[in-house]
Design a protein around this ligand. Structure first.
Ligand code: SF4
Length: 84
């Protein structure tokens, strides 16, 4: 079972600490809000992903298990998620 990153865009305050810990999968937009790469997290990045989730001060970033390995379907994105 793979894991994916989910962002709650309502909670996210754009602190940007997650992107510092996981630049391979999280970029920041012009306002400092994360843009998350869709799809399963590669095994080699799971520890970094867990740390990125742990440092989020507002619990906006979460890991979620998914049974699919198809990236586009793995991350249901509410309006505005990851792209403010
Ligand atoms: S998800 Fe958390 S750590 Fe990342 S930018 Fe948003 S508030 Fe900051």
């Amino acid at each position: 079972m793979a894991e994916i990153l989910r962002l709650d865009p309502i909670r996210c305050d754009g602190h940007g600490m997650c992107a510092e810990l996981l630049p391979e999968l999280i970029a920041l937009d012009d306002w400092g809000y994360p843009i998350i790469t869709r799809g399963p997290i590669p095994d080699r990045l799971l520890d970094h992903a867990r740390r990125a989730v742990d440092v989020c001060p507002v619990l906006a970033l979460r890991l979620r298990h998914t049974s699919t390995t198809h990236g586009a379907a793995a991350v249901p994105t509410p309006a505005g998620a990851g792209g403010r």
